[in-house]
Write a protein that binds this ligand. Structure first.
Ligand code: TNX
Length: 543
């Protein structure tokens, strides 16, 4: 599937995409000890060479300072959450649910007015403007763990760091042997980009609710905050729209290769939205149009200019379908879909696609996109579109998602729209690692782990700087991927690398140190049950 458009635009991308690796200038920790002992264990028993600065944290925090002691979780440990915030209590419970299966310590969740006595974990909110909405400060001493943030979302992100500071076996679902020690020190951390996302194509092959929940859990572990679901394409329509029921009953009945497909009822979808929200992740629904619409065109003849329903499609070609842009019924249809989607979407964004509309003449495409922007705005949301939507007149609230054509991204920025960076040559998780990879495609590039990591969103496209960029997203298209095992093999371990590109300042990012961290992190991926690609570029540790 080497479309000529893609070939042309990708050449253009390749020319501008020579972002160089950032030089690491991570703060070296002072070698201080916490010194005098007040606890029952003597300091000498606890002193250790294991240091917080040597934990393989991904994404790398903004600053890590180590002290050479250890905190140990025991059967006396509880999680204390500051009184008065039900959200914090839920986060405390989320942490307990992570820790209890493997540690078997029966860690409970308590509310408290003040910092608890030694031996416990304390989660609290505190004004600290420098941390922003998602930053946190994690302080580990031999006497306890304190995690504070401005907002509950920051506490949640900090928990992912705390999790990675424990032995990898903490990720197992069955009980493991202790001890459960954490090296002491302080981490202050906050994201570089406010939007850090992954996209999952559930249209080409359908992935059920449990699979999507697992993907949400996996991206949450790397501090991502957006899951973009590609809910409709030529091969299938995957979200129930009550005013147009055949979209799913007919349009959702198959998938690539002719399997049985599937769709989410609105109840199931709302459950996914809730599940993501509990992990401080926003779900962004995408209905691609005017192209990539064969499933809708097969379900309703009136959406076609010739009034003839199309056949369902189970191949992997792109660019052959289009809504009939000159019919009023088309806009009634879009209005209904957007209204029902907006009602299920607490987040600010709806993604309306707009890519690869090869059979929609530009003279029709531009007014169509302009009208779709109006419809989205009318329903109180902001539109995201693939970079081609820049051909239209973008509203300042619209976001263009760069995937292929640098000129479009630049023009979006010039029009005052924000840009999400998803360069296919770097961030497409369905691209093969090399020519021996059996799954995936390679129309944009082969993307080994170093290539997926070594790029800077702020210098990728001349004319698109950090101020224009909302964030970074890693899409995974599923033409060749039929189950979670395959999906994980393509997503991991590139996804943690992209998560670091989005979260960590370029000053702490460096491939040579990242690959060492990733090698040690392999044991954790294994413990999480992730089927990852064991790239030869990395020395994977056995532990
Ligand atoms: C391009 S990326 C597409 C998708 C395909 C993908 C395969 C984009 C906006 N469109 O329709 O699934 O390539 O890599």
């Amino acid at each position: 599937m080497q479309s000529t458009l893609r070939t042309q635009v990708l050449k253009a991308v390749a020319i501008v995409a020579m972002a160089s690796a950032a030089v690491s200038c991570r703060t070296q920790a002072p070698a201080s000890s916490t010194g005098t002992s007040t606890s029952t264990t003597s300091a000498s028993e606890r002193l250790t060479n294991e240091r917080l600065t040597e934990q393989s944290l991904i994404p790398m925090p903004v600053s890590v300072t180590a002290t050479n002691n250890l905190f140990e979780l025991t059967s006396n440990t509880d999680i204390y959450v500051q009184d008065g915030s039900p959200e914090l209590r839920n986060i405390g419970q989320y942490l307990a649910n992570l820790l209890n299966p493997s540690t078997g310590l029966g860690i409970g969740v308590q509310t408290t007015q003040r910092a608890p006595k030694q031996g416990n974990i304390y989660l609290a909110l505190r004004n600290d403007a420098a941390l922003g909405d998602e930053g946190y400060e994690l302080t580990i001493t031999r006497d306890g763990v304190q995690l504070v943030a401005n907002k509950p979302a920051g506490v949640f992100r900090g928990i992912q760091t705390l999790r990675q500071s424990l032995p990898a076996r903490v990720e197992m679902t069955s009980q493991q042997a202790g001890p459960w020690q954490i090296p002491t020190g302080t981490i202050r951390d906050y994201p570089t980009y406010e939007y850090r996302g992954a996209m999952l194509d559930v249209a080409r092959h359908f992935f059920g609710v449990e699979d999507v929940k697992r993907y949400i859990d996996l991206i949450a572990a790397y501090k991502m905050n957006a899951l973009h679901l590609h809910l409709a394409d030529d091969q299938g329509w995957r979200i129930e729209i009550k005013s147009w029921p055949r979209l799913t009953t007919h349009g959702g009945s198959t998938q690539v290769g002719g399997g049985k497909g599937g769709f989410y009822t609105q109840e199931q979808y709302k459950d996914l939205v809730r599940y993501a929200q509990e992990r401080y992740i926003t779900i962004i629904p995408e209905i691609d149009m005017p192209g990539h619409t064969n499933a809708a065109l097969a379900s309703y003849p009136e959406l076609n200019c010739d009034n003839k329903a199309r056949e369902l499609y189970t191949g992997i070609e792109v660019g052959f379908s289009t809504l009939c842009t000159e019919k009023e019924i088309t806009y009634k249809f879009i209005d209904d879909v957007v209204r029902e989607l907006a009602a299920m979407t607490p987040g600010p964004f709806l993604h309306m696609g707009g890519d690869e509309s090869h059979v929609t003449p530009m003279k029709d495409y531009i007014p169509f996109i302009n009208r779709v922007q109006d419809i989205v705005e009318k329903h109180g949301k902001r539109m995201i579109g693939w970079d081609e939507v820049t051909n239209a007149k973008l509203k300042p609230s619209t976001v263009a998602q760069f995937w292929a054509k640098a000129d479009y991204a630049k023009s979006a920025a010039q029009q005052g729209a924000k840009v999400i960076m998803s360069p296919a040559t770097k961030a497409y998780l369905d691209m093969q690692y090399d020519s021996t990879t059996k799954l995936g495609l390679h129309w944009a590039a082969y993307i080994e782990l170093d290539s997926a990591y070594i790029w800077d969103p702020a210098t990728m496209v001349p004319g698109v700087t950090k101020a224009h960029i909302l964030g970074v997203e890693a899409p995974i298209w599923t033409e060749t991927l039929t189950n979670m095992e395959q999906l994980e093999y393509m997503a991991f371990p590139r996804l943690p690398g992209i998560a670091e590109v989005a979260w960590s300042p370029s000053t702490v990012r460096d491939w040579n140190t990242y690959k060492v961290r990733l090698g040690k992190h392999g044991a954790r991926l294994k413990a999480m049950g992730i089927n990852y690609y064991p790239s030869k570029l990395v020395q994977w540790s056995e532990q």
